[in-house]
Design a protein around this ligand. Sequence first.
Ligand code: HEM
Length: 267
Amino acid sequence: MSGPILEFPDQVPYDAYVHAGTLHSLQQPLSKDPGEMSFLMISQVMELYFGLVRHELRDAQRLLRDDDARGALAPLRRTRLHLEGLVAAWNGLRWMTPADFNRFRGLLGEASGFQSAMYRHVEFLLGLKSAALIRPFKRQADVHADLADALAAPSVWDDVTALLARRGFPIPAEALAVNTADEYAPHPAVEAAWVEIYRTDDPLTALGEALTDVAEQFGDWRYKHLLAVRRTMGDKAGSGGSSGAAWLTRSMAKVVFPELWSARTTM
Ligand code: HEM
């Protein structure tokens, strides 16, 4: 039985690939409070997950545009699993009381997850479009340009609807020629197409379920975030300037893939 390799000419190959040294050099807490590290690192872990989810959703879009609905299942199923990881990551903050949070909260200044560009990319891909929410990035030209492109580009849901039209479902032109930068307005023809897909057990049902899983897990992340907010700061205003829990509750009312949910009422 041979053991692992113990000698390397220079950097260990693990670090060359994972850049663990770089990752572990990125934590710069603002206080001496031992609890702040979990707040900071869980935020970083979630940021990485946002990036991974964006990667998977973009891959799903590429396949949907190629008319490969079956192929798109793989990145969508991976998205669901990554979102489950994101939801589980909230557990690492459940120790935090308002007193614990207050020990370093003031040092965060106006910093807030609200200013996460990667989270906004994920929301735009999921069809939650809002031109106002890219304004904070005005002075970061590259970040702003990327977000403006993502805002104007079709969401995963727009691509799914275009695929349904190509497959012969009666989707009127007005439901396809929407301004994709605007807030999404659900369309009865899209809902009717999904009712038909589920009624006839069309192979696209698998796509519908994979998308439902993604929407459900994303909703779980938002809900757990709201609980973390209420648990650690009640109804206080947010560091990002919003009314806090009240603002988040309003933002959560915007549904991901809305017709996939509303269709179930008439199924
Ligand atoms: C207990 C810890 C946390 C509290 C108290 C908290 C608080 C808040 C509040 C009050 C907002 C609303 C905007 C504002 O006025 O600041 C917000 C937004 C947001 N936070 Fe957190 N947050 C916490 C943890 C996190 C973590 C770990 C992440 C992960 C990166 C995160 C990501 C976000 C995102 C993406 C938004 C924007 C949500 C949207 O646009 O609907 N938050 N947070």
